[in-house]
Design a protein around this ligand. Structure first.
Ligand code: 13P
Length: 271
């Protein structure tokens, strides 16, 4: 269902380093079949879904989704390099993502930032490459528990946002961006931000996006169209309340996206 704000909710599964090609295929088939079976409420004007499988299954999952008509499906990589080619063993480029039939990429996920030490400026460079290549770039931002306890949440998230969008100098480029707010302390911990805590940061992000669009000379209210997803221990039993918040336009789901029924349960939270 498209809300009064005209933003179609997006429920996206970040599979992280889980699923072989065979397992990922079975998972995606289960979800697509579930959506078809529950067609009421999942018409083409219902929620969009997204799959972010490991790079090794990207082509397979993109192929599978390419003919699906039950709802819009984004398929994307979990990361990519800022350079378009070269001697970067183990990395993948935007063109490789596109050549798999995928149309999106997650960038700046907290595990990339905190486990692989990606910096804001690297993430900003990747954002530029991704958007220039025509990919829908999902910029992930979020504070650690120490940062929240020190009341630095908006400063941290504001800085990540600014650095992530810095190289997108045109308002039209910003339109290709989705933001995912994922408080680090809520990821994989079972500890979800309360709907009010999440809404507060989402509203702040939307306000920041408003300034970003304005700075780039946008005439309309582009920030009112940008989808801002919440991520961090989203489950079927807490999804509906989170998704009912005015600035929460969907979810980026880790653990619960690895089971078709629980992913579908979260989709049902879109109402
Ligand atoms: P969990 O849903 O497992 O907390 O993971 C969230 C996440 O990191 C999605 O990108």
């Amino acid at each position: 269902m498209t809300g009064s704000n005209n933003r179609t909710p997006l429920i996206a599964g970040n599979w992280k380093m889980n699923t072989t090609a065979e397992e990922g295929h079975a998972l995606a088939v289960g979800i697509l079949e579930g959506i078809s079976a529950r067609a009421v409420g999942f018409s083409t004007v219902g929620c969009d879904i997204g799959f972010y499988p490991p790079a090794t299954s990207l082509g397979l999952i993109a192929d599978l989704c390419s003919t699906f008509e039950g709802c819009r499906v984004l398929v994307g990589a979990q990361n990519m390099h800022a350079e378009t080619s070269g001697a970067f063993t183990g990395e993948i480029s935007s063109a490789m993502v596109l050549s798999c039939g995928a149309d999106s990429v997650l960038l700046g996920h907290s595990e990339r930032r905190h486990v692989f030490n990606e910096t804001d400026s690297e993430i900003g460079a990747k954002m530029e490459t991704a958007v220039d290549a025509g990919l829908t770039a999902v910029l992930c931002v979020g504070e650690t528990i120490e940062e929240r306890d020190a009341e630095n949440t908006t400063e941290v998230v504001g800085n990540q946002l600014e650095a992530g969008l810095e190289k997108l100098t045109e308002a039209a480029q910003l339109e290709e961006v989705i933001i995912a707010y994922e408080p680090v302390w809520a990821i994989g911990t079972g500890r979800t931000a309360t709907p009010a805590q999440a809404q507060e940061v989402h509203a702040f992000i939307r306000e920041q996006l408003g300034s970003a669009f304005e700075k780039r000379g946008a005439k309309g209210a582009g920030h009112e169209k940008t989808r801002i997803l919440y991520g961090g221990s989203v489950k079927p039993d807490n999804a509906a309340e989170l998704l009912s918040q005015p600035d929460i336009d969907g979810a980026l789901v880790g653990g619960a996206s690895l089971d078709a029924e629980s992913f579908l349960g979260i989709c049902e939270g879109c109402g």
